[in-house]
Design a protein around this ligand. Structure first.
Ligand code: ADP
Length: 190
């Protein structure tokens, strides 16, 4: 199996690159942000609880997203592999993911991190907010909060995979196709 984590701050281009990776490598896309937004759409209890946090730019509890990922792994037993997008976002989530995969005798193949500076992120997210309809993309304070959550809680996840020798950083500023080529190279080297 090819199990890839696509890592980076909000607005780094994970969604855009995910689509291209899925098409090329036939992986199942697991985006916890998308899964949470589906729960909100469906009006579930989980969705209602998640929404109050997401609307403030705060991470939802680890147990919630770990449970969602657990369900999806069970649903797709015969997949060629997975691309994890927006997950794991804390070291606790990373440990849980490693344990879940280990229970299938699997593991993470590589973490590819897209680096983009904060000014560019803010510009991209405000721009996305004009068309995405996402409330968390439409307010500068909220975007700053998400970037702050990323810096304090999520960045350490990169060190976690670096210690396992699985971390590859790629410049997330430039031509989409060029960035995709760099990601493909990292996947094929893994
Ligand atoms: P972005 O990375 O652009 O902020 P996402 O769609 O990945 O967008 O996430 C939107 C929001 O959903 C986050 O701000 C957070 O509140 C919540 N969320 C998504 N994934 C996770 C996760 N793995 N752990 C905790 N909260 C999450």
């Amino acid at each position: 199996m090819l199990n890839l984590i696509l890592f980076g701050p909000p607005g780094a281009g994970k969604g855009t690159q995910s689509e291209k990776i899925i098409a090329k490598y036939n992986l199942i896309h697991l985006s916890t942000g998308d899964l949470l937004r589906s729960e909100i759409q469906a009006g579930t209890e989980l969705g209602l609880q998640a929404k109050t946090l997401m609307d403030k730019g705060i991470l939802v509890p680890d147990e919630v997203v770990i449970g969602m990922i657990d369900n999806k792994l069970k649903e797709h037993r015969s997949a060629a592999g997975f691309i994890f997008d927006g997950f794991p976002r804390t070291v606790k989530q990373a440990e849980a993911l490693d344990n879940l995969l280990a229970s299938y005798n699997e593991g993470i193949s590589v973490m590819v991190a897209l680096s983009v500076d904060d000014d560019e992120l803010l510009a991209r997210l405000l721009n996305r907010g004009k068309t995405s309809g996402r409330p968390d993309d439409q307010n500068e304070e909220l975007i700053a909060k998400r970037i702050q959550e990323y810096n304090s809680k999520t960045k350490p996840v990169a060190d976690y995979y670096q210690e396992q020798g699985k971390f590859v950083a790629i410049n997330g500023i430039g031509e989409i196709d060029f960035i995709f080529e760099e990601i493909s190279n990292a996947i094929e080297a893994a």
